[in-house]
Design a protein around this ligand. Sequence first.
Ligand code: NDP
Ligand code: 2IT
Length: 449
Amino acid sequence: MSIMKNYVNNVLGGLIEKDPEQREFHSTAKEVLTTIIPALEKNPHYKEARILERLVEPERVISFRVVWEDDKGEVQVNRGYRVQFNSARGPYKGGLRFHPSVNLSILKFLGFEQTFKNVLTGLPIGGGKGGSDFDPKGKSDREVMRFCQSFMTELSRHIGQDLDVPAGDIGVGGREIGYLFGQYKRVCNSYEAGVLTGKGLEYWGSLARTEATGYGLLYFVKNMLEDQGRSLAGQTVIVSGSGNVAIYAIQKAQELGAKVVTCSDSNGYIYDPNGIDLAEVKAIKEVRRGRIKEYVATHPQAEYHEGCSGVWSVKGDIALPCATQNEIDLEAAKILVANGVKAVGEGANMPSTLEAIAHFQGNQVLFAPAKAANAGGVAVSALEMSQNSLRYRWTFEEVDAKLKDIMKNIFEDAKSTAEEYGCPGDLVAGSNIVSFVKVADIMLANGLV
Ligand code: NDP
Ligand code: 2IT
């Protein structure tokens, strides 16, 4: 075994030994570290500086108690976190996730992934992630507000516009960011607009931030297809999820002439042979905060199937997983390939398992990895920070044009780096190497950090 392969295996083995239960974090670390071996071989000084051991260790992990009162007057206790992973490129930046499954392994995987994703945007932001095991589902607006206020009362000590800038993720959208921002302002007695992104448009939010992740995903996939002489027009697309990322991915896919036939939530999926009616999905999810099965009440031609994983058995040309991690396992990947899928674009973070990625790549499926394909959301968050610093607002068209450029650059960087390092067409390796080399060089330039 080569020296560098051995080095990577030792570091990965050390992670498993230290925190055996952190499976999600081990997966993402394995995906990144095993694909950057060519860059380690070109730069043997990284090993001497123990750069991998430094990269996999978050700079700081904060865990705290969140106590709040529900509508019945009962006391509730949750756990809050912020993982400040890496500040080489700028203030820690990354979303907050509110979901019962949240734990340190999930937040470390997301923070590690975010560090590399944020470098790809070319904008000056480090990587972090946070959240809570709080479940916003079934809670009243007042309960969500009281939770957010309690959560921010503690979090406010650890963030700041030049220190750490959270945003949304699963379970955290405009409503939650509004409550969190209100409490930050109250606790800190200062209007520090750039401390959070994804804010409402009337209080320093950026136009196109809501749409950015889904739109960016489609811009990336469009670049990837056009590079192969293909187009999105006329393609059948399978989307999972029905939240922020899925909704705006569906919107842009339809605008670009594709037919989207599915969407889902954690209970099940919809198949609409006529193409998903996005206005209805928005009414269910954004207005009523309902369940996706309600779709069939107004669309009798559509089918609802219990169980979200069945969505991958629907036949289509392009699959866009936009729900959550590990939603495409090897079995689902085999079904997709057998059904003739030509491209996969990851809107969610780590939606495909390592085995599923290998199966796609081994079967000539064009594969757009999450940290490149879904970077549009955080990119527009960084543009929101820029606008807040300028005390100025760009038009929707200006932000959208910048987003398009950023997604094109990410695709081209990943593609050319994959070629340069001897793995042409492998956008997983290409994007990991681009960002790894940049972060590693900054960390070395900054001394023993
Ligand atoms: P939302 O909370 O808006 O939507 C999440 C969607 O995924 C919902 O439809 C939800 O269904 C479904 N979902 C959540 N957990 C599961 C699960 N365990 N199994 C099946 N379905 C599930 O979140 P976002 O759209 O913001 O995020 C979706 C993904 O995109 C996440 O992986 C996130 O990290 C990633 N992402 C988000 C960005 C953003 O800007 N928001 C940027 C980049 C990536 P249900 O309602 O039943 O829970
Ligand atoms: O995973 C992600 O990139 C996000 N949830 C968005 C983070 C951000 O800071 O906008």
